[in-house]
Design a protein around this ligand. Structure first.
Ligand code: NAD
Ligand code: MLT
Length: 305
C-alpha cells in the first residue's frame, strides 16, 4: 500500500510504515493541484495541522482507506467528506498531551513575567530591570475552558503550583472535576473569577469565537493562554483588549490563519507573546504521535480495529 505523508512526522513513524511493507512518499508543503496529484494513487494519507484535507482531496484520492492525523485536532480534515467517501479518519489523541500542557504552563509563566520582552531588550543591550514587575501564579485562580486531556493536565500542574481551579466544560462530569479539585462553573463565572484563563477546546461551530469582546472584558486585568486552536479566541478583540489595558497580557500558540500572516493584529501588541504552533513540538511527543498514527494506518490496511 502507498502512504503519502504531507506534513513532517518523526522518522520512527515512517519506519513503522515501511517495516510493515508499505511504500512511503513524503511531499511537504504541497497544496492545490500538486496535493491532488500526489494523493491520487495513495491508500493512506498522514498529516499534521499544515494540510487542509478537503472534499476535493477525497474526490482525487479514489483508493484512499485512511487519513491519519499525527496529533489531536482534526479541524483541518473534512470529516463529512471522509464519511461520504468511506474513508477512516484517525487521530493520535494521547501522545502529545504532556507536551501541550507543558507548553501551556511555560506560556503562562512567560506572559506573567514578560520573559520574551525582557529577553529581546537584554539581547539588544538594554538592562530593563525596572520595567518588569511580574505576577505570581501562587494563590491566583486558573480558569480552564475545556477540561479534557490537555486541560486536565494543565489544571493538575498549575494547581500544584498554588493555583485555585475553576473550569467551564459542559460535557465533563462533576466527579471528574472533583477529582482534580476544580469547581465546574458556567463560562461567565469562569471568566469573572479567573486571573489566568487557559483554553483547551477543539475548534467546532460551537467554539468558534467562543471568547470575544464581551468575554475578554470579564477577564479584566487577567491573562489569556491559547495553546488549543486558533479561531476559538477572536483575535482582533484580544489584540484590542490587551492593547487598551483591559487585560494584562496573552500568550498565543495557535492562530485562525496559519502560518500567521504579517497583518495579524496580535503580532503588533507587545504584551501578547506568541509561538508558532509549538505545543506538540517535543521529541517525545512527535515520536509518540508518529508511531501511533502509523500503527493505525497499518491496522486499517489490515482491516483490523
Ligand atoms: P479533548 O477532546 O481531550 O478535550 C477537549 C475538551 O473540550 C473536552 O473535555 C470537551 O468536553 C470540551 N469541550 C468541547 N466543546 C466545548 C465547549 N463548547 N465549551 C467548553 N468545553 C468544550 O482534547 P485535548 O486533547 O485536551 O485537546 C484540546 C485542544 O488542544 C484541541 O483543540 C487540540 O487540537 C489542541 N492541541 C493543540 C496542541 C498544540 O500544538 N498547540 C497540541 C495538542 C492539542
Ligand atoms: C494537535 O492538535 O495535536 C496539535 O495541533 C499538534 C500539532 O500537530 O502540531
Amino acid at each position: 500500500m502507498k502512504v503519502l505523508v504531507t506534513d513532517p512526522i518523526a522518522d520512527a513513524g515512517l519506519e513503522r510504515l515501511r517495516e510493515s511493507g508499505n511504500e512511503v512518499e513524503t511531499a511537504y508543503d504541497v497544496e492545490g493541484d500538486a496535493l491532488l496529484d500526489a494523493v491520487s494513487d495513495a491508500n493512506g494519507l498522514i498529516v499534521r495541522s499544515g494540510t487542509e484535507v478537503t472534499e476535493e482531496v477525497f474526490e482525487a484520492a479514489e483508493d484512499l482507506v485512511i487519513v491519519g492525523r499525527a496529533g489531536i485536532g482534526v479541524d483541518n480534515i473534512d470529516i463529512d467528506a471522509a464519511t461520504d467517501h468511506g474513508v477512516i479518519v484517525a487521530n493520535a489523541p494521547e501522545g502529545n498531551v504532556r507536551a501541550a500542557a507543558e507548553h501551556t504552563v511555560a506560556m503562562a509563566f512567560a506572559a506573567a513575567r514578560s520573559i520574551p520582552q525582557a529577553h529581546i531588550r537584554l539581547k539588544d543591550g538594554e538592562w530593563a530591570k525596572g520595567d518588569y514587575l511580574g505576577t505570581e501564579v501562587n494563590k491566583k485562580t486558573l480558569g480552564v475552558v475545556g477540561l479534557g486531556r490537555v486541560g486536565q493536565e494543565v489544571a493538575k500542574k498549575l494547581n500544584s503550583l498554588g493555583m485555585d481551579l475553576v473550569a467551564y466544560d459542559p460535557y465533563i462530569s462533576q466527579d471528574r472535576a472533583d477529582q482534580l479539585g476544580a469547581e465546574l462553573v458556567d463560562l461567565e463565572e469562569c471568566l469573572d473569577r479567573a486571573d489566568f484563563l487557559t483554553v483547551h477546546v477543539p475548534l467546532t461551530d460551537e467554539t468558534e469565537n467562543l471568547i470575544s469582546h464581551d468575554e475578554l472584558a470579564k477577564l479584566e486585568d487577567g491573562y489569556l493562554v491559547n495553546c488549543a486552536r486558533g479561531g476559538v479566541v477572536d483575535e482582533p478583540a484580544l489584540a484590542e483588549a490587551v492593547e487598551d489595558g483591559t487585560m494584562a497580557g496573552a500568550a498565543i500558540d495557535v492562530f485562525a490563519d496559519e502560518p500567521v500572516p504579517e497583518d495579524n493584529p496580535l503580532l503588533d501588541v507587545d504584551d501578547v507573546i506568541v509561538t508558532p504552533h509549538l505545543g506538540a513540538s517535543t521529541e517525545a511527543a512527535q515520536e509518540n504521535v508518529a508511531v501511533s498514527t502509523a500503527d493505525q494506518v497499518v491496522a486499517a490496511f489490515r482491516e483490523e480495529p
